[in-house]
Design a protein around this ligand. Structure first.
Ligand SMILES: [Zn+2]
Length: 300
């Protein structure tokens, strides 16, 4: 009887994980856009700036995406980072949420945005204030790089498939391994059996985290590469994007004092970033693409 209950729970777990993972990708408007989009005081979605729309059209052409407007919907994310969900290969298409600071066009926009640091007002004429104002005004090329990066994510199905199937498959595999160990070894010794089961779960969980992290990092590097290889301007946008983020992190680290070391390394990398590679490694890659290409930056 207990065995049957465990079996039902495992099946529900596998099915549940699959449904949660797949629905985020198959219904991106409901699962991503409606949840993350920035809204005004009346609850209306904030418009995507014209510069971002123009960059989207240009980058989509460079990446060979036809009918991009029908397949991909842009929105402004309420967070300070970009998000995306779905795929151009899926019937509901895909959505890309641009960081909310892409709304800022001048330093004045940043200073009047109501932005706070740790709940406190920012002294805009201080070194920190000046750095924040400089880092949060995106260039056209930075916008292009971000869009290229997210377009690469939504066009590459292999990573989407991994996101959808990896966790239910791992649960299935862990269950099968536990059953195998159970029948082969300490069938009548409950304590040893429990310890062995916990060990299998622990080892499998760490293996899953390790593989998942490697795949996610590979996916990020791949998206950066595809975007940076579009044009020299976009590669330059990538260099600026990472350079500014590192700069901002370093200023925050020094402002936070000892506590800052828990969040940022002395290079400006984010200590607690699990899903994304180190910013310095990403910067090195786009710098390399920019320097090794034989194309010339034209003035825009
Ligand atoms: Zn990414």
């Amino acid at each position: 009887m207990a065995d049957k209950i465990v079996r039902v729970c495992i099946r529900l777990g596998i099915g549940g994980l699959f449904v949660i993972n797949a629905s985020g990708e198959l219904f991106p408007h409901q699962a991503c856009k409606q949840v993350n989009a920035l809204k005004d005081e009346n609850g209306i979605l904030v418009d995507v700036p014209e510069t971002c729309r123009e960059q989207f059209k240009e980058v989509a052409v460079k990446l060979g995406l036809k009918n991009s407007a029908q397949k991909v919907t842009l929105f402004v994310n309420e967070g300070f980072h970009a998000v995306s969900a779905g795929s151009t290969w899926f019937p509901e298409g895909a959505v890309i949420g641009l960081p909310r600071w892409y709304l800022y066009q001048t330093k004045e926009d940043v200073a009047t945005s109501g932005l706070k640091f740790l709940g406190r007002n920012i002294q805009w004429d201080s070194e920190f204030g000046e750095t924040v104002k400089f880092c949060y005004v995106p260039t056209k090329d930075m916008i292009g790089f971000t869009i290229g990066h997210e377009l690469a994510h939504i066009q590459h199905l292999e990573f989407k498939m991994f996101d959808i199937f990896a966790s239910p498959f791992w649960l299935f595999l862990t269950y099968k391994m536990i059953r195998f160990v159970h029948y082969r070894t300490f069938k009548k010794q409950a304590m040893w059996n429990l310890l062995l089961n916990l060990s299998v779960c622990g080892v499998n969980y760490f293996a899953y985290r390790l593989v998942n992290r490697k795949v996610q990092h590979f996916s990020e590097f791949n998206a950066d590469k595809i975007s940076a290889e579009c044009t020299p301007q976009i590669a330059k946008g990538g260099v600026d994007f990472f350079t500014r983020r590192l700069k901002l992190n370093l200023v925050q680290r020094s402002l936070l004092g000892e506590e800052g070391e828990d969040f940022f390394t002395e290079d400006g990398n984010e200590v607690k970033s699990y899903t994304h590679p180190r910013l310095t490694d990403r910067l090195d890659q786009v710098k390399f693409i920019l320097s090794s290409s034989d194309f010339q930056l034209d003035s825009r």
